[in-house]
Design a binder for this molecule. Structure first.
Ligand SMILES: NC(=O)c1ccc[n+]([C@@H]2O[C@H](COP(=O)([O-])OP(=O)(O)OC[C@H]3O[C@@H](n4cnc5c(N)ncnc54)[C@H](OP(=O)(O)O)[C@@H]3O)[C@@H](O)[C@H]2O)c1
Length: 282
């Protein structure tokens, strides 16, 4: 069984990012990422701080921007200021948003070029045209990790468990892209007999947020399993796949931690650098 460790790819992306950031620096441009978050709680703070550490290590300025109030108008005003500020190259919007604030309306307000999470309707819609200008970071990270290890999706029976806007749905569209040409099935909580789908998968991608959801009986012998889940269980981070029960069955599996999640942060930083390069070119 091959373990699809993220570290070698992360190192490669980091080295390339450092070169690109140095080139921008020579042109007088320092990439800047902001996180929009209203009164982050301790777990949100820890998440933002870990992102900030990666950004700073790379030479990307990172700031947290707090909307003045907990309402939609304040959020949208904050987003408009970000759109108008030429020093800011990308923004992430921390979710869940406060009650009564529409995630869709807030996201639509953000300029697609600064939408480094890849979740505005424009960036998501571009995926239908096979244009991966700024795909959702986790979906992109999942495919980058698989492709780094030479996993070929062409004609493969590929089952995605999860249909969220940030992971499952964009992944399905990206897998259908002609250069990948997977045969895609998307499962969710209303899927009848999940096992009958997952057990036929040549490639199984799990993004459900349910620790241990996928066990031995769900997996075909020789399958490739990409575990996107990140779940805190008894102070440990685990995926959605019960690794112990499937490890002698699968041909390859991405670990949690140390798999897709590691690449996701670097993909986010790549998007920020891409936006900064666009500013310089324009
Ligand atoms: N690796 C990374 O960088 C990264 C980044 C983001 C998220 N994540 C992790 O990925 C996981 C998914 O995140 P998300 O934001 O997509 O979560 P989400 O918005 O909660 O969506 C979960 C999806 O999984 C489906 N699902 C849940 N339980 C299921 C079950 N028992 N059987 C079949 N389908 C089931 C849900 O179906 P319904 O639509 O029917 O409810 C939903 O579509 C989480 O563990 C999250 O922490 C990882």
């Amino acid at each position: 069984m091959m373990v699809l460790e993220a570290k070698p790819l992360a190192r490669k992306i980091e080295a390339s990012l450092k070169d690109r950031i140095n080139s921008l620096d020579r042109l007088g441009k320092k990439p800047k990422l902001v996180a929009v978050s209203y009164k982050p709680d301790p777990s949100a703070k820890a998440y933002l701080e870990s992102q900030a550490r990666v950004a700073r290590r790379l030479g990307i300025t990172y700031e947290i921007v707090e909307p003045g109030q907990e309402d939609e108008a304040s959020y949208i005003e904050t987003i408009q200021k970000i759109n108008d500020d030429p020093s800011i190259d990308g923004a992430i919007i921390m979710t869940p948003l406060p009650e009564g604030v529409s995630e869709e309306r807030v996201r639509i307000a953000l300029s697609p070029v600064k939408d480094v999470e890849g979740v505005t309707p424009q960036n998501l819609g571009a995926l239908f045209y096979e244009n991966e200008f700024m795909p959702p970071c986790t979906a992109e990270a999942t495919l980058r990790l698989a492709e780094y290890y030479g996993i070929d999706f062409t004609g493969k029976n590929t089952v995605v468990v999860g249909r969220s806007v940030v992971v499952g749905k964009p992944l399905a569209m990206m897998l259908l892209k002609k250069s990948r040409s997977a045969t895609v099935t998307v499962c969710h909580t209303r899927t009848k007999d999940l096992t009958s789908f997952t057990r036929n998968a040549d490639i199984l991608i799990v993004a459900a947020g349910k620790p241990g959801l996928i066990k031995r009986e769900h997996v075909k012998e020789g399958a490739v399993v990409l575990d996107v889940g990140i779940n805190a269980v008894d102070c440990r981070i685990v995926g959605d796949v019960d690794l112990e029960s499937v490890k002698d069955l699968v041909s390859a599996i991405s670990p949690v931690p140390g798999g897709v999640g590691t690449i996701t942060t670097f993909v986010l930083m790549e998007h920020v650098v891409k936006s900064a390069e666009m500013v310089i070119r324009s």
